[in-house]
Design a protein around this ligand. Sequence first.
Ligand code: F6P
Length: 343
Amino acid sequence: MRVGVLTGGGDCPGLNAAIRAVVRKATVTFGDDLVGFRNGWHGVVEDDAIPLDIARCRGILPRGGTILGTSRINPFKVPGGVDRAIATLERRGVEALIAIGGEGTLGISRQMAEAGVPVVGVPKTIDNDVNGTDYTIGFDTAVQVAVEAIDRLHTTAESHDRVMVCEVMGRHVGWIALYSGLAAGAAIVLVPEEPFDLPTVAQHIMRRHEKGRFATIVVVAEGAKPKAGTLELPPAEIDQYDHERLGGIGAIVAGELERLTHLECRVTILGHVLRGGTPTAFDRVLATRFGIAAVEAAHEGSFGTMVALRGSSIELISLDDATGRLKCLDPALIEGVTRIFLD
Ligand code: F6P
């Protein structure tokens, strides 16, 4: 079988581990031929590809980023894009395409599957918002990087009796904010799922400081929004793929909290640092298991599917179920775990 592989959307640690597992499983177990499309769906539309084999994948397991490159190009938004992509796959004799991506790439994969392309999806995104899988590749690493940073913010915050606002990525969901906030002992976590009210947050902080406790850590997801009518945010820039370019809410929150509490507030924006560097052991193992399962699915002819982690098992779910909606934080989880750390 000839198997194509692509990585699309924002990069994350663990992509190379997944590519390596696909190549090894396909080569060793099935004797397949592999082709890697460059820069996500762009490589399929433009027929820009490289051969992949075990030798090409040596040494990439611990490396962040993706040896294939990535982009957010959507063939459905490029004139003739879908027909060109299908023509590329036919010309190259690709019988299975493994698409490693997040919400955007997997949504395109679902549409391509409907157009007859034999696709298997592999979920990756530091945001962990792909439906139907407990974890996506990259999330664990992003949380680990955030925790290490917040631990460092704690000690400097204590020395100066400051409030430290730490902004993390999380466009539509607050998984990174909540998990890193919990793991690093943040007092307050602001997530996109629950609009925040800064005067209430300020009261909690002042109460903590009146009790003599200092070093308040506030973790805010970049996509967090104030309650309607409480705070005006500047409009976000739009990038070439029609995505809002987020980042900056942390500075606004810190400025407002300083005004409301009269305490010194500082901001740290972790941004793309969360997406770079070497993957954790968890992400390496997850990416490897996903890669192996995706090749097995291709050989079973289970197309239009995505590999998913459910509990400790890897299962196949339909791309329809994976892409119909985002996996948001459960409000009960947010309430249950954040309430006790306010004081
Ligand atoms: O989807 C993952 C993610 O890291 C989001 O958390 C973030 O909003 C977005 O990508 C930023 O992507 P880029 O800077 O590559 O456009």
